[in-house]
Design a protein around this ligand. Structure first.
Ligand SMILES: C[S@@+](CC[C@H](N)C(=O)[O-])C[C@H]1O[C@@H](n2cnc3c(N)ncnc32)[C@H](O)[C@@H]1O
Length: 271
């Protein structure tokens, strides 16, 4: 089994098993509110630039426990939410059963979306596409399942500022004053281990650290890869914590030095 602390995971099935292993901790900690960067920065910025989706058919790729799928569904979209890891889908389906938002859940991979060409009016992907082996294939697949005129909006770790070993340097008061970056990329599939650092230790340390294989690509690579799908780039966002937010949620204040996320939206031409 590839869960014994291996250093590299490039095979898609191996990567999927790591995400399945990450699921219990991710679900518990994110639902307890400890994915501070997601909840306070990434998702709000993503939703700010998301076009109206009322009445549209949308696919959320790499839905996880589906907090974000549910938010998009609440805007009136008919959402199909897909993930490779069954435990994420089970948690998401349980929430849906208790409080339905009309979401359909599908187990599948971003690398081979189980839908015919042109099925969806739009696709979202929150913080998934940098986690898949061959992210160019995932982009091609996302473009394929869009109807002409449909759009893909996705967030990823910022390709320029989140190299392996990104370390926030803090002064004696704990205020972030610099970001240390060591390398731009690591070999594909290098497994990074980390935790939601702000969570209370008793909760955080009840789980093993996340094991996340990295598939680092440069900013130019991502822009070229989107262009190669034939989608037209129409919006980009690099969310940073505004001063009031940084003061309220100090953990995410480092994004004022260098953004942690990149959000792109690209549209399929009508012809
Ligand atoms: C960082 S989590 C983000 C989850 C969710 N979108 C959110 O914003 O909370 C990445 C998600 O991508 C999923 N994932 C990883 N590789 C995948 C693949 N090849 N196809 C579909 N989902 C994948 C993982 O199982 C995990 O749920």
């Amino acid at each position: 089994m590839p869960l014994g602390g291996e250093e590299v995971a490039t095979d898609p099935a191996q990567v999927a098993r790591l995400w399945e292993a990450n699921a219990p901790a991710w679900i518990a900690l994110s639902r307890a509110g400890w994915d501070l960067y997601r909840d306070h920065l990434n998702t709000p910025a993503f939703l700010r630039i998301l076009p109206p989706v009322g009445g549209l058919r949308g696919l959320d790729i790499g839905c996880g426990e589906a907090t974000n799928s549910r938010t998009v569904a609440a805007r009136g979209a008919r959402i199909t939410a897909l993930d490779v890891a069954p435990s994420f889908l089970a948690a998401a389906a349980a929430t849906e059963a208790a409080d339905p938002r009309g979401i359909r859940f599908v187990r599948g991979s971003a690398l081979a979306l189980p839908f015919p060409d042109g099925t969806f009016d739009f696709a979202t992907s929150f913080m998934c596409l940098m986690d898949v082996p061959h992210p160019d294939r995932a982009l091609t697949e996302a473009a394929r399942i869009l109807r002409p005129g449909g759009f893909l909006q996705f967030s990823i770790l910022h390709p320029s500022y989140t190299g392996p070993g990104r370390r926030v340097l803090r002064d004696a008061e704990g205020t972030a004053y610099a970001i240390e970056l060591r390398e731009a990329t690591l070999p594909d599939g290098t497994v990074e281990r980390w935790r939601f650092s702000s969570a209370p230790p008793a909760l955080r340390d009840a789980y093993p650290p996340f094991q996340v294989p990295r598939f680092d690509r440069s900013l130019a690579w991502w822009l070229n890869a989107v262009a190669c799908t034939g989608l037209h780039l129409e919006a980009a966002e690099e969310p940073i914590a505004e001063p009031e937010l940084a003061a309220r949620v100090p953990t995410i204040a480092d994004t004022r030095i260098a953004p942690l996320f990149l959000i792109l939206r690209a549209r399929k031409p009508l012809r």
